[in-house]
Design a protein around this ligand. Structure first.
Ligand code: VAH
Length: 313
């Protein structure tokens, strides 16, 4: 069976539905620290699980014959700057717990998300390579860089089959993101429909790598279904789709909602965004396990406004 830790989150909730479509509802156990996402909680097997509690995760895996774990729980970049020690505690200890369950053969396979946040201000910002300077300046980025090192170590030393992707900013409409710097790219659609205006917490020229949720979920499923010898990188794969600035996403919205306006009021998240790449080179993922993205910014804007428009009646 499959266990998803952090299933109530932005990616976890959609990943749960996708994995249930593929493997069957009863074969995918969703878990989270609380039941904040009732749609998800009521959609199939769900357990309350603290990602920091090794014995709780171990018992859940043994009692339910779980062999694959998707660890989607983490404090993201903006929250991590407010609560550094909590971010270190959750992001690192949850990873150690699942790596150790795999080392002791209680589980067989792990998916663990990394992020473009592993790159820092000294990383070349255009077409950022898979292997390059990595001096992350956020707590979240530090946890992801160190986490990648541990994943590769456990694979090489103990044969653990852990697979990882450096997600860019993810845009989706089903579940709100929480505590991310790229969250502006989700908020803007909600505000465009509700108020026809948005005050952006990043400056208009802040270019960041982004991806629609459907592409991110496809990549997650694809890397986990790939033959193990196709996975040549056991730290984490760069993954790319598109890059855009707040100015560009606003323009794509104005094509649909001409009266939409945007203003800019950068806050503490501007420094985080400025430390990240503008675009990512994901050639290894495209070569090793045939990754390719599908959604353009125009596709994303159409899908977001259509789906959110339906939700708002
Ligand atoms: C964040 N959405 O903003 C996450 C992600 C690359 C961004 O890691 O922290």
């Amino acid at each position: 069976k499959i266990l998803i830790i952090g299933a109530c989150g932005q990616i976890g909730s959609e990943l749960t539905h996708k994995l249930r479509d593929i493997y069957g509802v009863d074969n995918v156990i969703a878990s989270d620290i609380n039941t904040r996402n009732l749609e998800l909680v009521n959609s199939g097997p769900f357990v309350i699980l603290d990602a920091k509690n090794f014995n709780a995760i171990k018992d859940c895996c043994i009692n339910n014959n779980v062999k694959t774990v998707y660890l989607m729980a983490a404090l993201l970049s903006a929250t991590g700057e407010k609560y550094p020690m909590e971010a270190w505690d959750l992001n690192m200890n949850s990873l150690f717990h699942v790596l150790n369950l795999a080392k002791t053969k209680i589980i067989d396979k792990i998916f663990w998300p990394s992020s473009i946040a592993v790159f820092g201000p000294t990383t070349p910002k255009e077409n950022t390579e898979q292997r390059t300077i990595m001096e992350p300046s956020t707590v979240y980025g530090i946890t992801k860089q160190v986490g990648e090192r541990w994943c590769q170590y456990y694979h090489e030393k103990y044969g653990v089959d852990v697979r990882s992707i450096r997600y860019p900013g993810i845009i989706s409409w089903k579940t709100l993101p929480g505590g991310g710097t790229t969250d502006y790219a989700v908020e803007i659609y909600h505000e465009a429909l509700k108020n026809k205006t948005y005050e952006c917490f990043l400056s208009e020229e802040t270019e960041l790598p982004m991806m629609f949720m459907d592409d991110a979920i496809k990549a997650t499923v694809d890397i986990m279904q790939a033959d193990t010898d196709a996975i040549k990188i056991r730290s984490s794969y760069n993954l790319s789709a598109i890059s855009f600035t707040p100015k560009e996403i606003a323009a794509s919205i104005q094509k649909v909602i001409p009266e939409f306006t945007i203003s800019y009021k950068p806050d503490y998240r501007q420094d985080i965004a400025d430390s990240w790449p503008k675009s990512i080179n994901d050639t290894p993922a495209r070569e090793d396990w045939n990754w390719k993205h599908e959604f353009s910014l125009q596709d994303i804007t159409k899908e977001m406004l259509t789906q959110l428009g339906k939700n708002n009646g």
